[in-house]
Design a protein around this ligand. Structure first.
Ligand code: ASP
Length: 168
């Protein structure tokens, strides 16, 4: 369909995580399930699995993800991020903790690049009970920005990467 010009090259995927907090400090979150294009039939992905592509705890915060969903299914990354914030970490440090966990647990050769690091990207969007946010990624590559909107209006911010370079 891309080759035939029926859909734009950059639009055959479209997972989105969106987290919010209201003036009472109540938190919500959603991760869409658009997921990988041309999925293996029956593949669910990480978006609808609580703790993987999304986790919300109204006492602590919310985290969600885009990128290689299997990494979140193996590591329950969104749950890990929220639990890390419960133990006192900032949104950014908690997101980095999940990226480090994924890096450490990615051991299959087919998933590693020549540097021995994950050959895929993954991103986390994190919000805590105080309304502080972070956007982190394994690599600053591909989709490199995330959006926040608060009393100062809407802004696009750069995702902070754990690793230098690109997945390849
Ligand atoms: N996380 C999604 C999935 O693995 C893919 C994506 O974020 O584009 O289904």
């Amino acid at each position: 369909m891309v080759r035939d010009g029926l859909i734009p090259e950059g639009s055959f995927w479209g997972t989105i995580n969106c987290d919010g907090i209201n003036t009472n400090g109540d938190i919500c979150g959603v991760t869409t399930t658009s997921g990988l294009a041309w999925k293996i039939p029956g593949r669910v992905g990480d978006s609808p699995i609580l703790g993987a592509g999304l986790y919300v705890d109204n006492d602590v915060g919310a985290a969600g993800s885009t990128g290689r969903g299997e990494a979140n299914l193996y590591n329950l990354s969104s749950y890990l991020i929220v639990e890390s914030m419960r133990r006192g970490m900032s949104p950014k440090d908690a997101g980095m903790e999940a990226l480090k966990r994924i890096r450490a647990n990615t051991v299959e050769r087919r998933l590693l690049n020549a540097r021995g690091n994950p050959n895929f990207n993954i991103r986390f969007f994190v919000l805590n009970k105080r309304g502080e946010t972070a956007g982190v990624a394994m690599y600053h590559a591909g989709e490199t920005r995330y959006a926040i909107c608060n009393e100062n209006g809407a802004q696009a911010l750069e995702l902070e990467p754990l690793l230098e370079g690109t997945p390849e």
